[in-house]
Design a protein around this ligand. Structure first.
Ligand SMILES: Nc1ncnc2c1ncn2[C@@H]1O[C@H](COP(=O)(O)OP(=O)(O)OP(=O)(O)O)[C@@H](O)[C@H]1O
Ligand SMILES: [Mg+2]
Length: 481
C-alpha cells in the first residue's frame, strides 16, 4: 500500500476503518460489526440485498492489502456468482479514487488481483466437487451464497485449506433449507464456547432499503421463500428426504452420457463412447398419473427423462422403442400401482432384462437410500430442471412403527419423477436391484449409438427423445412443458 497511509496497523485491525478511509464508503452498522469481529470463523446469514457480497469484497481487499504474502480466496457455487464478485471487487477499487499503483496492484486478470507485496486475491467458482479451488492454502476464504455449496466441498476442500495457514473462513448467504454446512455453522454460532461468530439480518435492516423494495423482493415468492430470502431465516425442512444442498449438488445442466465421473479430478476428460445403459420406469395407472421413464448410464449420468400422459399399453411400446435404441442392460418397472399383467407383457416383448419392482414401504426405503448414497458420493448426475428439483424437494419421510422410513410426496406433489430415477439407479449393477453385469445372461449388447448422439457427442435432458434424429424415436416425442 502507498506511504500516505498513516496508521497501517490500525487499519489492519479495523476492516471497517479501511473501508471508510481507503475505499471511501461507510459500511452499515451490521457490516462493520461483522467485518471487525476478530473470530476466524464467521457466518453472515441474511435476506437479499443487505450488502453481503459487498461486505465480502471489502473483506477480501482489506485482508490482501494489509497482509503481505497472503492468499485470499473468494468463491461461490456458480461462475456467474463469482464473476459478479470479481466485478464488485474491481468496482470498489475503481470507485476508491486511488490509482492501481496506490493500491499496490501489480497485475490483474479476470479472476485474480496480484499486489506488489506478494498478496493475491483469487475469485473463482468452487467447481463441481470443489475441483476449481482444490489444493490452495488460503489465509482467508470467503464463500458467498454458501448455502448453495455442497457439504463435501466444505469438508474435503475448504476446511483443509486453512489447516496449515490457520486461515479464516467467512460464509455469507441467504438461507436455503435448514440443513447443510452453512446452516449447521449458523446453528453452532448460537451455542456458547464456539469458534463461530454469526451475524443475522433481514433485508429490511438495510437502512437504504425502502418499503417498496421489500415489496418487490417479496413478489411472486412463497411464504417460505419470503422467510428465507427477505427475513433471512432458516426454514426447517426436517422431513425432507433429499436436503436441498444435496439436490443442488446432484443437478447439473450438462449431463452427458458416457462421462466417467468416478475420477472427479479428470472427470470431463474421461468418456466412454459406449456406456451400458439402464432404465427406471414408473408407469401411470389409468390416465391419472404420469408415466416417467428415466434413462441413465453405468456412470450415473441420467441422460434422459421422459414424461408422458399415456396408458400402460403405449408406455410398453415406448419402452420397447427406446430399448431398441439403447439396448438397456436392465429395466426396472414399478409394478406397485399397475398389476402384474402389463409388466408380464413387457417382459414377454422386451425380455428378462425387465424386472418388476414392488415398492413396499421397506423396498422403497432401500431403493431411495441407494439413490441418496449415490448422490452423496457424487455418483449421480441429474439434469437441472425445475420439475425434477421440485419433486425431489417435496419428497418427505416419516418413521413407521417398525422403525422403517415411509417415503412419500408431500401435500399435493407427485413423486413419479423421483420414483423412476430411484428405480433406474436401482438397476445399476452395484445397486443390488437386478442390474446385470457385463455379458450376463448371454445378452450381447445391442448398441445403436451411431444415430443417437448429437454432433458434439452430448445427449441432453429433454421431455421427449434423446435429441437424436431417428424418426422412429421422434415419432413419440412429447413437447416439453
Ligand atoms: N454500506 C453500504 N452503503 C451503501 N450501499 C450499500 C452498502 N452495502 C451495500 N450497499 C448496496 O446494497 C446493494 C446490495 O448489496 P449486495 O449486492 O452486496 O447485497 P447482497 O446481500 O449480496 O444481495 P443479494 O442477496 O442480492 O446477493 C448494492 O446496491 C450495494 O451497492
Ligand atoms: Mg450477493
Amino acid at each position: 500500500m502507498s506511504d500516505d497511509l498513516t496508521d497501517y496497523e490500525y487499519l489492519q485491525n479495523n476492516p471497517s476503518a479501511f473501508v471508510e478511509n481507503i475505499i471511501g464508503i461507510e459500511p452499515f452498522g451490521y457490516q462493520k460489526q461483522f467485518m471487525d469481529h476478530d473470530s476466524d470463523r464467521k457466518v453472515f446469514v441474511a435476506g437479499r440485498q443487505v450488502g453481503k457480497s459487498r461486505t465480502a469484497s471489502w473483506m477480501a481487499l482489506h485482508y490482501a492489502v494489509t497482509h503481505p504474502d497472503s492468499l485470499v480466496l473468494v468463491t461461490a457455487d456458480a461462475l456467474r456468482q463469482s464473476s459478479e464478485l470479481f466485478s464488485q471487487l474491481q468496482s470498489e477499487i475503481n470507485n476508491s479514487g486511488l490509482a492501481d499503483e496506490q493500491w499496490g496492484i501489480e497485475r490483474s486478470t479476470q479472476t485474480e488481483i496480484e499486489f506488489a507485496h506478494n498478496s493475491r486475491i483469487k475469485v473463482v467458482p468452487t467447481g463441481r466437487n470443489g475441483n476449481k479451488i482444490r489444493g490452495f492454502t488460503a489465509d482467508l476464504i470467503i464463500i458467498d451464497e454458501a448455502a448453495f455449496v455442497a457439504n463435501s466441498i466444505f469438508e474435503e476442500v475448504i476446511e483443509p485449506m486453512t489447516l496449515v495457514s490457520k486461515g479464516t473462513i467467512v460464509l455469507t448467504s441467504t438461507p436455503y433449507g435448514a440443513s447443510g454446512y452453512f446452516y449447521e455453522k449458523a446453528q453452532k454460532a448460537e451455542i456458547a464456547d464456539t469458534d463461530w461468530h454469526k451475524m443475522q439480518v433481514a433485508s429490511s435492516d438495510n437502512p437504504l432499503i425502502e418499503t417498496s423494495d421489500i415489496e418487490r423482493l417479496k413478489r411472486g415468492k412463497t411464504r417460505n421463500q419470503i422467510k428465507q430470502e427477505v427475513e433471512g431465516e432458516f426454514i426447517p425442512t426436517g422431513d425432507q428426504f433429499f436436503p436441498n444442498p444435496l439436490i443442488k449438488k446432484t443437478t447439473n445442466d450438462d449431463v452427458r452420457r458416457g462421462v466417467i465421473q468416478y475420477a472427479s479430478a479428470n472427470r470431463s476428460e474421461k468418456t466412454d463412447p459406449n456406456p451400458r445403459t439402464y432404465m427406471g420406469a414408473d408407469l401411470g395407472a389409468e390416465g391419472t398419473d404420469e408415466t416417467v421413464l428415466t434413462m441413465l448410464d453405468e456412470y450415473g449420468n441420467v441422460f434422459s427423462i421422459e414424461r408422458h400422459n399415456i396408458g400402460v399399453y403405449e408406455a410398453r411400446k415406448r419402452i420397447q422403442q427406446l430399448d431398441n435404441h439403447y439396448g438397456f442392460e436392465g429395466i426396472n418397472v414399478d409394478r406397485t400401482g399397475i398389476g402384474e399383467g402389463p409388466v408380464a407383457e413387457l417382459q414377454q416383448k422386451v425380455g428378462n432384462k425387465v424386472t418388476p419392482v414392488y415398492l413396499s414401504t421397506q423396498k422403497k426405503q432401500s431403493v431411495y437410500q441407494t439413490m441418496k448414497s449415490r448422490m452423496e458420493s457424487g455418483m449421480l448426475d441429474l439434469p437441472a430442471n425445475k420439475d425434477i428439483r421440485l419433486q425431489l424437494e417435496k419428497l418427505g419421510y416419516s418413521k413407521t412403527k417398525t422403525g422403517n422410513l415411509s417415503i412419500h410426496a408431500k401435500g399435493s406433489f407427485h413423486d413419479d419423477i423421483p420414483d423412476s430415477i430411484a428405480l433406474g439407479v436401482w438397476a445399476l449393477p452395484d445397486a443390488g436391484g437386478g442390474g446385470r453385469s457385463a455379458g450376463a445372461g448371454g445378452m450381447t449388447q445391442i448398441k445403436t449409438i451411431g444415430g443417437l448422439q448429437e454432433s458434439d457427442g452430448t445427449t441432453r435432458y429433454q421431455f421427449g427423445s434423446d435429441g437424436d434424429d431417428d424418426d422412429e424415436l421422434r415419432r413419440f416425442n412429447i413437447k416439453s412443458n
